[in-house]
Design a protein around this ligand. Sequence first.
Ligand SMILES: Nc1ncnc2c1ncn2[C@@H]1O[C@H](COP(=O)(O)OP(=O)(O)OP(=O)(O)O)[C@@H](O)[C@H]1O
Length: 375
Amino acid sequence: MTLTQSSSHPALAVDGLWKVFGPRADRIVGTELADLSRDELRDRTGCLVAVRDVSFEVATNEVFVVMGLSGSGKSTLVRCLTRLIEPTAGAVRYDGDDIVQADARRLRQLRRHRFGMVFQHFGLLPHRRVLDNIGYGLEIRGVRKAERDRRAGEVLDLVGLSGYADHYPDQLSGGMQQRVGLGRALAVDPQILFFDEPFSALDPLIRRDMQNEVVRLHHEVGKTMVFITHDLHEALRLGDRILIMRDGAVVQIGRPDEVVGAPADDYVRDFVADVPKSHVLTIRWVMRPVRPEDPLDGPEIGPDLIVRDAARVVLAATAPVRVVHDGQLLGMVDDDAILRVIVAEDDRRPAPAPRDGSAPGPGATTQDAEAVVAP
Ligand SMILES: Nc1ncnc2c1ncn2[C@@H]1O[C@H](COP(=O)(O)OP(=O)(O)OP(=O)(O)O)[C@@H](O)[C@H]1O
């Protein structure tokens, strides 16, 4: 998971997307009615705005996570992306092809050939073996049985279910059933995989296992993934970038370190308050400008190294560590900067502001930089 920002040719581009439930929903979009409170809007029109003018892009091979509390509109959003729910307004483009404008035939084609979906309730066919469940999408595409079984067999190994081809879903644990769901989505070799809270029903250990599985699969097959969750830790673990939603609208889109290091508002700040910052923030967030008197013979590290992973090198060094990218010296890191982040995780009392004018990460405010070291 190395991609951190959208490329010029995104796999998915969402532009001004709205979903309003209720009668004559399109009269709400972009008017002052949409600014009414939820209750007022319901009383006056019988409508509810579930997705509010949402725009974002997902780069090819990116893992893009949509996160928000229950009712914030995540499921509605992801269903609009494949038109399982009909958007009220806006565009959803795949390689430039707007799915909102697609006729029924084109829509079917897109769904069969481009998308894979993994939901919380696995939706497995109970009377079919694991192998046949995994091959189901290929069957719908009209792929012959021998080829289906060959491909399903490959995917079976990929999702860690070797030896379970002939089992039936009810003979498997929840985690294993979700592996079948994952396998079924992967078997058709989709361009984009959509996950709608796929692991919410699993117990925490299995859930972690499955998250690792997604990370591993992403490394192996390198798919574009859109992942919905209400769990911040899941979002931070999986996402190249995270979109945070509230009341149907986008509150922030950023890399995990940006969301944790520079939360857009109090809503996000609350979300990330308990995140161990050294596990998420990169060296970029704690380095300071180079001073003329700095010795330049210390060790060298990259700016995107996670603070926790850099701690050993920095704390063992006898000179300040140089932060270098593409041969360019970006800044320096001292023991202090590392310790401030780590100590702040144990001790949430206000700590002193940085003494050395440490450079906060890209786009951060002074307040954000202080929040990083002294939450
Ligand atoms: N078919 C529908 N008709 C009317 N309102 C709906 C419909 N589906 C969802 N909503 C409302 O839209 C809002 C967003 O719901 P949605 O399920 O997308 O949120 P969510 O963030 O996915 O929540 P959860 O995590 O609980 O599933 C909620 O207020 C919900 O009650």
